[in-house]
Design a protein around this ligand. Structure first.
Ligand SMILES: Cc1ncc(COP(=O)(O)O)c(C=O)c1O
Length: 396
C-alpha cells in the first residue's frame, strides 16, 4: 500500500511517513503490521471523542439506513441538519442563531468573508499575522506567509494584516473595514492565547467602526479548551463564529453561524448568495449532532483543566522551554527547530503519535482526544521526555 500511496495519491510534503492504517478505535490507531499507537493528535483536532466513538458510529449507521443525499443545500428540511443548526444556536449567545453548513473549515471561512462584505458593503478584511484559516484562495489571502502565497497570486485584494494580541494595531480597524477575522487561539503560530483585554478592546473597536468581528473556532471550538467555544471565556459576542474540524466527530464539516438578519443576505442579496451541493449532508449532520450531545452530556469539558495540569506537571525538561495553549490544545516548545520533526518521528516509532505546527517549527503538537486518560497522558509524556532527552541530553 505504501508504494501505491506515494505513486498514485497526491502528496503534500516529500516526508509523509505513509503509515499504513488498518483500523482505529478510541485513543488508538493500529497499523497493518499490527502495531498500536497512542494518538496524541486526534486527526489534528478533528476527533474530539477519539476514533469510531460508538455513539457517533450508531448515529451515522442509523442515518445511512434512512437517507443520505437527497437535495442540494437549503431546499428541503432534513431533520439531522435542522437539529444540528438548532443545537449550535443553543450553544452560542444571541443573536448567533442561524447556521450555514458546509463541507470544510476553509469553505466556512470563504462564506464568512462573502457574508461580511455583503452585510457591510465594505471590502477591507483585516486578518492577523501568522493566522491560518484554510487553503482555498480566500482563506490563503488571509495568511501572511508569503512563501506559501507567492505561487498562487493574484489573491484577494484589500486584505490587511495586523499583529495578533497587539492593542496598538487595533487603530488599523476603521470605518472602511468590513470585517476582522481572528482565531480565538492562534493554532499554526504556536497555540498563542490572546489577552482578555485585547479580545474586549478588539470587540469594542469593531463595534465603534461598524466592522464585523469573525471568530474562527475551528480548532479551539467544540469544548477543547474547557468551554464550548474559547471566545466565550472573554465575555464578548462576535458577529460570526466559524467552526469545523471536530464538530462532526471525524467526518468533514464546516459551519458558519451569524444572526438571522445577517445570514438573510445569502437568500436575498443576491438570492443564492452562497450555495453548495453537499453542505448540511444528513449523515454528517447526524454525526455532528451526536458529537455535540456527547460532549455536552459526557462531562468532558469539566476534565480539561485537570488533564491540562497533568500535561504541564509531566512535561518538565530543560529542553521544554514552554508549554503553550489551553485545555487539550497544547504545544511543547523546544529551544530550536533542529530536532522537532525527528522527535515526532521517533515518538511515533515508539508507539505515540505527536505532530508539528504550521509556522512554529519549535513546537510539538499535543491535541489528544478528550477521552485521553491520566495514565495515557503519563505514558505519552514519559515517551516524549525520553525522546527529547536523547536529542537534548546535557553534555557529559
Ligand atoms: C483555525 C483553522 N481555521 C481553518 C482551518 C481549515 O479547515 P479545513 O482544513 O477543514 O478546511 C483550519 C484547519 O486546520 C484551522 O486550524
Amino acid at each position: 500500500m505504501k508504494d501505491d500511496f506515494y505513486q498514485y495519491q497526491a502528496q503534500t510534503t516529500p516526508y509523509a511517513p505513509g503509515m499504513e492504517i488498518d483500523h482505529a478505535k478510541g485513543n488508538y490507531i493500529y497499523d497493518q503490521q499490527g502495531r498500536r499507537y497512542l494518538d496524541m493528535v486526534a486527526g489534528v483536532s478533528a476527533l474530539p471523542l477519539g476514533h469510531c466513538h460508538p455513539v457517533i458510529v450508531a448515529a451515522i449507521k442509523k442515518q445511512v439506513d434512512k437517507y443520505m443525499h437527497v437535495m442540494v443545500y437549503g431546499e428541503y428540511a432534513q431533520d439531522p441538519s435542522v437539529q444540528l443548526c438548532k443545537k449550535i444556536a443553543s450553544l452560542l449567545p444571541a443573536p448567533l442563531e442561524t447556521t450555514y453548513l458546509v463541507n470544510s473549515g476553509t469553505e466556512a471561512i470563504e462564506a464568512a468573508m462573502k457574508l461580511a462584505r455583503s452585510v457591510t458593503g465594505r471590502s477591507q478584511i483585516i486578518a492577523m499575522k501568522k493566522a491560518y484559516h484554510g487553503n482555498t484562495m480566500g482563506s490563503l489571502s488571509l495568511m501572511d506567509y508569503e512563501e506559501r502565497k507567492a505561487p498562487y497570486r493574484p489573491l484577494l485584494p484589500d486584505i490587511t494584516h495586523i499583529n495578533f494580541n497587539c492593542l496598538q494595531d487595533l487603530k488599523w480597524i476603521t470605518t472602511s473595514t468590513a470585517a476582522v477575522i481572528i482565531e480565538s487561539i492562534q493554532g499554526g503560530a504556536g497555540f498563542k492565547i490572546p489577552s482578555k483585554i485585547w479580545m474586549q478592546e478588539l470587540s469594542k473597536r469593531c463595534k465603534d467602526m461598524g466592522a464585523l468581528l469573525l471568530i474562527d473556532e475551528i480548532q479551539p471550538g467544540i469544548g477543547r479548551t474547557g468551554s464550548m467555544f474559547y471566545f466565550m471565556q472573554h465575555q464578548i459576542v462576535p458577529d460570526m463564529v466559524i467552526t469545523g474540524k471536530g464538530l462532526a466527530g471525524g467526518l468533514p464539516i464546516g459551519a458558519l453561524t451569524a444572526s438571522r438578519e445577517h445570514m438573510s443576505h445569502f437568500k436575498q442579496s443576491p438570492m443564492l448568495g452562497h450555495i453548495t451541493t453537499f453542505g448540511g449532508h444528513p449523515v454528517i449532520a447526524a454525526a455532528a449532532l451526536a458529537t455535540l450531545t456527547e460532549i455536552e452530556q459526557g462531562g468532558y469539558m469539566n476534565e480539561m483543566a485537570v488533564k491540562e495540569s497533568r500535561f504541564r506537571e509531566s512535561l518538565q525538561h530543560p529542553a521544554i522551554r514552554e508549554v503553550r495553549g489551553k485545555g487539550l490544545m497544547l504545544a511543547a516548545l523546544l529551544p530550536d527547530d533542529t530536532y522537532t520533526a525527528l522527535i515526532v518521528e521517533e515518538c511515533r516509532r515508539r508507539g505515540v503519535i505527536f505532530f508539528l505546527l504550521l509556522y512554529e517549527k519549535r513546537a510539538i503538537r499535543i491535541t489528544p482526544p478528550y477521552s485521553i486518560s491520566l495514565s495515557e497522558i503519563d505514558y505519552a509524556c514519559t515517551i516524549l521526555l525520553e525522546v527529547i532527552e536523547s536529542f537534548y541530553a546535557p553534555a557529559p
